[in-house]
Write a protein that binds this ligand. Structure first.
Ligand SMILES: [Zn+2]
Length: 205
């Protein structure tokens, strides 16, 4: 089958639309369910790449810098995300350690790296790197499994419970992680699949 550039299926309700070239800054919405189908902004690609690259850099801070510090009298305890992941690394809880590491660090990093790999050359007007479309498809497959924000919700609940028991100080990793959650959400709002895939298609021709 050959892809049709002007026919577009709504990802939510499956309504089929005929989509002409969109002027810059305009959005096309589904006539049935109002989902955004495409944006007329090629800059959206640059924005996605910049946001993904920023998150990748912040991720290095998340892994290696202190996340939280607890103080209770003379007792002080510091923990990084890496320590948190390694807490359950031995015994029967080891699979939990692997799962936490996978969902909050490895999968989000993989997804961000795939996004940068597939879209960075487009953002500077170059032909895409090999495997760009496969990388982009995998970044979409991984999206539901990258659960950094769910980890942050868990941390927030734990903080409320701990606040009465000890003095808590948030480390640089905590703020980086919060920034990543925000930046990822912002990046996802820029992800008009139709715009990105059409740009990738056009650049390989
Ligand atoms: Zn729809």
């Amino acid at each position: 089958m050959t892809p049709s550039a002007d026919l577009l299926c709504c990802p939510i309700c499956d309504a089929l639309h005929r989509l002409d070239d969109l002027p810059d800054g305009r959005r096309a919405r589904c006539i049935r369910c109002n989902t955004v189908l495409g944006t007329g902004k090629p800059e959206a690609i640059t924005r996605i790449v910049v946001l993904a690259a920023t998150s990748l850099i912040l991720m290095t801070i998340v892994v290696f810098y202190p996340f939280l510090q607890l103080r209770q009298g003379v007792f002080t305890s510091k923990a990084s995300v890496f320590d948190t992941v390694m807490t359950f690394s031995s015994g029967a809880m080891a699979p939990l350690s692997i799962a936490v590491g996978l969902f909050i660090i490895i999968l989000p990093v993989t997804r961000l790296a795939l996004l940068v790999w597939s879209l960075f050359p487009l953002s500077i007007g170059r032909p895409p790197w090999p495997g760009a479309s496969r990388a982009l498809r995998w970044s979409e497959v991984l999206r539901p499994w990258a659960m950094a924000e769910i980890f942050m919700v868990g941390v927030a609940i734990a903080l409320v419970k701990l606040a009465d028991l000890a003095t808590l100080t948030m480390g640089p990793a905590f703020w980086s992680f919060a920034a990543i959650v925000f930046i990822t959400a912002l990046g996802d709002t820029q992800m008009s699949k139709h715009t990105i895939w059409t740009a990738l298609d056009d650049s390989t021709r």
